[in-house]
Each structure stands twice: as C-alpha cells, then as structure tokens.
Design a protein around this ligand. Structure first.
Ligand SMILES: [Zn+2]
Ligand SMILES: [Zn+2]
Length: 229
C-alpha cells in the first residue's frame, strides 16, 4: 500500500483500517500524522454532536443552543457527503490510466488535502526556488505570493505541493518527480480544473477553480520560470 492508497482508505473508513493500512502507517510518519489529524477531527465532531444541553438551561437558551448543534450536524453531513462524493467520483473508476489520469490525480490530491487551501504553512520562497531547481526550473520572479509549501506523498514517492495567492485566486502547483508524461493533460471535475505538463525532472500539475484561472496561472508560470530542456 502506498501513501495515496492509505489516505483513500483512511478517509473512506477512518475507524476500520485494514491490517495492511495499519502496517503502512506504522512505517510512514507522514501517513501516521495524517491519520492522527483525521482521528482528531472525528473526535471533535463526535464531541460536538454529543455534548448534552443541561436541563433547564435548555428551555431558556433553546434557540441559541440548537442553532450551533444543528449547524454542526449540517456541517458533519455536508463534510461526509463531500468526502463520499469525492471518493465515489475518484474511486468509482479506481485509478484509470487515460489521457487525463495525472491531471485528475492532481485534483484528487487537492481534494484530499483541503487544509492546503485554508492554512499558511512554510511560506518560504527559497524552499520553492530549491524545489524548482531539482525539476530543471530557474525562478526569475515569483508567480504569486506563496502561502503553503509541503513535501507530499505522490504516486511513487514525494513531491512538492505549493499554493499561491494570485490576483485571480488560489492556485496549486504540484511538482511530481520522475514520472514522464507523454503529453500535457487537462481535466475538470467536482468544481476543479487541472493541467499536467511534462518538464525535465518529471511533471508539474496546476489545480485551480476554473479553466481560465489555470490558463492564466500557467501563463504566469511561463513568465516567471525558465525550464531547461
Ligand atoms: Zn505513507
Ligand atoms: Zn499535498
């Protein structure tokens, strides 16, 4: 089982992992941390749903107290629905090789790591410059303001996951080493759009909320980065 398969399994059924999955988490700190985050969210959710309202108090603040509880339930439902829709969509066909397989994989990566779009983490331009160099890219100028950089599990190893704040909205760039793509790929699914393009050291994938934003961000990338061939 690789890291991506582990993440899928953990999100699909957080409380019942196969022996294979448990063994993977034992030997993989990244996935163990991911599992701990999911468990923590589950616990917080459980607590929020089960916190009883004290007698008497309930009558007086019924309105105030039911509102947040209901909000939690709706949120929980929406979240589980979203995850199952996302997983259903992606896993329904498992990983299909196809003309857009790697672009779809990039969208799946973003969907499975929603915190990448809501948190600021290691927003360090030098880390980005160094990561690019491994891929044969030289940075002339930043293609936006970096807000998130993380080394993430990708198909067969680790890749860089970077999120930029651009004038047209958030744009995710994933650098995947090693893998050779025959041609650029595009995919749209679940409100996301992705483009995967081969470069010297592997391929990069851009994920944004619309085809227009993807195209614009790629134009910015071309202006800001010189790729050696
Ligand atoms: Zn792992
Ligand atoms: Zn990632």
């Amino acid at each position: 089982m690789n890291c991506l398969e582990f993440r899928r399994a953990k999100l699909a059924d957080p409380r019942r992992l196969s022996a294979e999955a448990l063994a993977h988490a034992e030997g993989c700190p990244t996935c163990a941390a991911f599992a701990a985050e999911v468990d923590e969210t589950e616990r917080a959710l459980d607590q929020a749903l089960q916190t009883p309202v004290p007698d008497g108090l309930a009558d007086r603040i019924l309105f105030e107290s039911t509102r947040p509880r209901r909000a939690w339930r709706v949120w929980a439902l929406a979240a589980s629905l979203l995850i199952s829709v996302a997983l259903g969509f992606f896993l329904g066909g498992a990983f299909r090789a196809g003309p857009d397989a790697y672009a779809r994989l990039a969208i799946e990566h973003v969907v499975m790591e929603p915190e990448s779009l809501t948190t600021v983490r290691n927003a360090d331009a030098e880390a980005f410059r160094a990561a690019l160099q491994d891929f044969g890219g030289t940075l002339k100028e930043m293609p936006g303001k970096i807000r998130y950089i993380r080394l993430c599990p990708v198909e067969d190893g680790m890749g860089w996951h970077i999120v930029f704040d651009t004038p047209h909205g958030l744009a995710t760039l994933i650098l995947v080493p090693g893998k050779k793509l025959a041609r650029p790929e595009r995919a749209s699914t679940g409100g996301w759009n992705a483009l995967a393009r081969p470069v010297r050291g592997g391929y990069y994938a851009i994920v944004t909320a619309s085809p227009e934003t993807t195209t614009r961000f790629e134009r910015m990338l071309r202006d800001c980065i010189v790729w050696s061939t």
